[in-house]
Design a protein around this ligand. Structure first.
Ligand SMILES: *[C@@H]1O[C@H](CO)[C@@H](O)[C@H](O)[C@H]1NC(C)=O
Ligand SMILES: *[C@@H]1O[C@H](CO)[C@@H](O)[C@H](O)[C@H]1NC(C)=O
Ligand SMILES: *[C@@H]1O[C@H](CO)[C@@H](O)[C@H](O)[C@H]1NC(C)=O
Ligand SMILES: *[C@@H]1O[C@H](CO)[C@@H](O)[C@H](O)[C@H]1NC(C)=O
Ligand SMILES: *[C@@H]1O[C@H](CO)[C@@H](O)[C@H](O)[C@H]1NC(C)=O
Ligand SMILES: *[C@@H]1O[C@H](CO)[C@@H](O)[C@H](O)[C@H]1NC(C)=O
Ligand SMILES: *[C@@H]1O[C@H](CO)[C@@H](O)[C@H](O)[C@H]1NC(C)=O
Ligand SMILES: *[C@@H]1O[C@H](CO)[C@@H](O)[C@H](O)[C@H]1NC(C)=O
Length: 865
């Protein structure tokens, strides 16, 4: 009896669920919200009869608590959104879709509010809403005549059976995770499929090597079929341009991707596989490196600022080096100057638009631009004396690899002079001397928001530390400096004070830039006594006051240790601060370890670097009068001297600089991968935060790669591992969060598999094991469980027994690891990990783009140009 009842109950449940599942039609008056259908079908209320598509209110984010819900049509198996109604006006999870005889409206929070989106006025009353087997949403009247269909209002995609008619366009999203309308567009024109950024063309379908031009009739529509992509004409009887793809009955979608590429992909049952994408060369994408960012198609650091500009971290754009110059803010700018960009720097629109005038001299070309407020710069071709103007918004620049292509095109950025009395912007064309410029790409492994949050926290926390440390010091060192000019007093131990002119001479007017970073550029210089120095030029720093400044300088200048870069002197002029360091001839560890060119660091060298760095940190933490927390331990800050003797740089700067620059640490200098968890939680920051960062560096020394990177499975993870340590591999895409992998291999005692494959067996399991165990102890979540740096030195030297990594304090890596992996699946295969400039690269739960990205990457690597 009772079981019958249960059975009936189950049956009823089943019936109601399956009813929800096969609803091909709904009828007015009908109201749906995500909440209402959440239990039966995750927000879907309409399914095509073949169950391939569903419609409902969905959030592209995975967590359903979010506030961005869209009335969308989604491909069920892949999760790809093929159409959205209210992409620019999301509603909350209680927002509704209402079907009435007058059409569809999407309303925030039920009642009387104005719809955020609705269908236009229809010619007759709606009788039903239907989702067809091809994914088309139809409003039908009582005779089943279509009144409106979603296929005629595409968002960023078209699917098989859909036509993108002449004049219609697909608009890419702002970001992968934000489906609002972005700046990239794919437009069907009479002759081609055009891609545009802010209404300016940058690519055409026929430019792709795989596109066949079959005839020259006017184009009528674009279609994607089971055998490819085609622009059709003459009433669908003639193919104009065709891209053949392997015939397939799988779900196939053509999409204007948020990244600026047009991508055709296919769902193979488990993944979205990119079948076609263009442009192949990412540097052809107008905003790939952000405003004025320079795209150089290099695998590691595709984005940088042109040499003539520097990176402004807050805005994440390239800005003039001098503070007295700025990009034109308003038309009022009375004093205009032009900053000449280096040779070979090109701009996308010069390939797609005609010059405003031929046969013009350069000054006349400048004048044309100066006269027009909306002009932001010019490109001038010397031989033809053609003048191109950049209007309204500046995109990214690209470096022409083959300089023959446009050897005499020169770019000029229009700038306003903020105040008189500044030296000319300087046509100093010295390209950096082979030192990598910092990539604009912030963090290969991160979600943008996480980054912002971290940067914010970091800056708050360091500010607090700074203040407390200053207060301490004022007690111990009563203010004896006075507040006058820095030159008017002398403090024993204060590093040498240089005159600005002296440094100008030493660096030959800042000619040879050897590095650049969040703080500003670093230049090579020679002092009168022939010693080589590195001059760090920090512009726009926010010092707390001269007194504190002197105190800090005195402290930093007093620190002497073989593993710390020595501060020789300083120069403060106006808001310009220059720090003079001893010169390191091997550059940074980052460059040596990751760059791939140059000899491989041998194991013994790695060991020595690890030990030396540990000694330097131990000294900072306990060797000098005042404990100094570095706050920014990472390979970039470990410089290498002769015989690969490591020297830590930038210590003490966290105290010297204001909040603004502190945030640079995290945002600009890619420190996030090295940040201890206590930066995020609210625990106190101690020197153990440095120990954590050090542990992360140690792991990178072992593997020779960034901790969060893609690597080919063959040389790092065997199939077998993949099975018994599934946590390591977030996906089959090859992303490894190395600390987690190290943890797994530690548990199995298989250390050798962690070693840099380039070492080719010139290291033993035991030797690797030692470093890995120390590293894992250093990255314990609980700061008190981490050894002190002095203890680390002891472990290296053998005077202290090796620590045992504690699982309970390392399990957080599994959580972090998966998160890192998941938020970066889009990135980085085939060395493309730091590609694509400022864009956020979060993955969505659709498998689509991550695979498309990897496919694109492999295409690009081998692509033409
Ligand atoms: C639907 O609602 C409208 C008013 O919003 C009402 O006039 C109409 O009669 C309703 N139709 C049905 C079938 O309930
Ligand atoms: C409209 O189409 C549905 C489904 O194909 C069918 O059941 C219905 O009879 C049609 N109505 C009319 C008036 O043709
Ligand atoms: C998406 O981007 C738009 C435009 O940049 C912005 O206004 C909006 O707040 C963003 N939405 C979300 C959910 O981040
Ligand atoms: C295009 O084809 C449709 C039917 O397929 C036909 O009705 C129409 O007349 C044709 N138009 C032209 C211009 O050939
Ligand atoms: C689908 O593609 C992915 C990635 O290319 C591949 O790993 C997987 O084996 C494919 N699945 C099928 C069923 O072909
Ligand atoms: C423009 O700059 C010159 C010097 O470069 C200066 O003398 C002049 O006052 C400036 N004009 C304005 C309006 O700022
Ligand atoms: C400035 O350029 C814009 C865009 O090309 C143009 O519409 C406008 O007429 C120009 N203004 C002047 C004063 O030349
Ligand atoms: C431009 O061309 C002229 C002669 O055609 C030459 O004298 C001049 O040096 C060139 N300028 C640049 C910047 O290349």
């Amino acid at each position: 009896m009772r079981s019958t009842f249960l059975l009936l109950l189950l049956l009823r449940l089943f019936v109601s669920v399956s009813c929800a599942y096969f609803t091909e039609f709904v009828y007015p008056n009908f109201t749906a919200s995500n909440l209402r259908f959440i239990s039966s079908s995750k927000g879907a209320f309409l399914f095509s009869r073949n169950s391939i598509y569903k419609a409902g209110l969905f959030s592209p984010g995975s967590d359903d608590s979010s506030f961005d819900f869209y009335f969308s049509v989604v491909h069920v198996d892949s999760g790809s959104t093929i159409w959205s109604s209210n992409r620019d006006s999301p509603v909350s999870n209680s927002g509704t879709m209402n079907l009435t005889p007058r059409g569809i409206s999407v309303i925030e929070d039920g009642k009387s509010q104005k719809p955020v989106w609705s269908t236009p006025v229809l010619s007759s009353p709606v009788y039903s809403l239907r989702l067809t087997d091809s994914g088309n949403l139809l409003l039908l009247d009582h005779l089943n005549v279509s009144l409106w269909e979603s296929f005629q209002f595409p968002t960023d995609s078209i699917v098989v059976g859909q036509r993108l008619m002449l004049g219609m366009s697909l608009s890419g999203s702002v970001l992968e995770s934000n489906i609002s309308t972005g700046d990239y567009k794919f437009l069907v024109s009479e002759s081609d499929g055009l891609m545009q950024w802010k209404e300016q063309n940058y690519w055409k379908l026929r430019m792709h090597t795989r596109a066949n031009v079959d005839s020259n009739f006017p184009v009528e529509y674009l279609t994607v079929t089971s055998s490819g992509l085609a622009l059709m004409g003459r009433n669908g009887t003639v193919v104009i341009i065709r891209v053949a793809l392997p015939p397939s009955s799988d779900f196939r979608v053509a999409k204007m991707d948020w990244s600026g590429k047009f991508i055709v992909s296919r769902f193979n049952g488990t993944h979205m596989v990119t079948e076609f994408s263009g442009p192949l060369d990412s540097c052809q994408i107008p905003f790939v490196c952000g405003k004025l960012g320079l795209c150089s198609a290099s695998e590691n650091q595709p984005c940088s600022c042109p040499d003539e500009l520097r990176l402004d971290a807050d805005e994440r754009v390239c800005v003039p080096v001098s503070n007295s110059l700025s990009l034109p803010v308003s038309c009022e700018a009375s004093n205009i100057t032009y900053l000449e960009l280096g040779l070979g720097v090109s701009y996308f629109s010069t390939h797609f638009t005609d010059p405003v005038e031929h046969g013009l001299e350069l000054p006349a070309c400048h004048d044309l631009c100066s006269k027009n407020c909306s002009c932001l710069g010019v490109f001038y071709e010397n031989t033809s004396r053609s003048c191109y103007l950049v209007k309204d918004s500046f995109g990214s620049l690209s470096l022409v690899r083959n300089s023959k292509d446009n050897h005499d095109l020169r770019g000029y950025v229009k700038l306003s002079i903020k105040k008189p009395n500044v030296q000319s912007p300087g046509n100093n064309n010295n390209r950096g001397s082979g030192f990598p410029l910092i990539a604009l790409v912030l963090l290969p492994c991160s979600g943008f928001f996480l980054l912002i949050a971290l940067g914010f926290l970091w800056c708050r926390r360091c500010a607090v530390m700074r203040y407390s440390s200053i207060r301490e010091k004022q007690v111990t060192r009563p203010g004896s400096f006075g507040s006058g000019d820095l030159g008017s007093f002398h403090i024993p131990g204060l590093p040498q004070k240089f005159e600005f002119e002296e440094l100008e001479t030493a660096t030959e007017n800042f000619k040879m830039q050897i590095g650049s970073g969040g703080f500003g550029a670093v230049y090579k210089g020679t002092l009168p006594d022939e010693t080589l120095v590195a001059v760090k030029k920090i512009t726009n720093h926010g010092l707390h006051g001269r007194q504190e400044f002197c105190t800090e300088i005195a402290i930093i200048g007093n620190i002497r240790h073989t593993n710390l870069v020595k501060l020789r002197g300083f120069c403060a002029r106006g808001r310009q601060l220059l720090l003079v360091y001893e010169y390191m001839n091997h550059g940074s560890l980052e460059k040596t370890l990751f760059s791939g060119n140059g000899p491989v660091l041998e194991w013994q060298e790695r060991f020595d670097i690890a030990l030396g760095t540990a000694r330097g940190l131990a000294y900072l933490h306990s060797g000098c009068d005042q404990k100094i927390i570095h706050c920014d331990v990472k390979p970039e800050n470990i410089l290498l001297h002769d015989h690969f003797q490591p020297k830590l740089s930038d210590f003490g700067l966290s105290k010297l600089l204001s909040q603004e620059e502190s945030s640079l640490f995290t945002t600009m200098r890619g420190t996030r991968g090295y940040l201890a968890p206590e930066w995020i939680t609210n625990a106190a920051i101690s020197e153990k935060a440095d120990v954590y960062s050090y542990g992360m560096v140690l792991l990178e020394l072992v593997s020779g790669r960034k901790n969060c990177s893609f690597r080919s499975r063959s040389n790092s993870v065997t199939e077998e591992n993949n099975q018994n340590s599934s946590s390591t591999m977030a996906t089959s895409s090859g992303l490894v969060y190395f600390p987690l992998y190290a943890l797994d291999m530690h548990e199995q005692g298989r250390y050798l598999e962690l070693a840099d494959p380039r070492l080719e067996g010139r290291v033993t399991n035991q030797e690797v094991g030692k470093l890995v165990r120390i590293a894992l102890c250093c990255v314990h979540e609980e700061p008190t469980l981490r050894p002190t740096m002095a203890a680390v030195v002891g472990m290296f030297e053998g005077s202290i027994p090796l620590g045992n990594p504690r699982m309970e304090s390392l399990n957080f890596l599994r959580f972090f690891g998966l998160r890192f992996a998941e938020s970066s699946m889009v990135e980085g295969q085939n060395g493309e990990s730091e590609n694509m400039g400022f864009h956020q690269r979060e993955s969505s739960n659709s498998g689509g783009s991550r695979h498309s990205a990897s496919y694109v990457a492999s295409q690009e690597v081998s692509g033409p140009r």
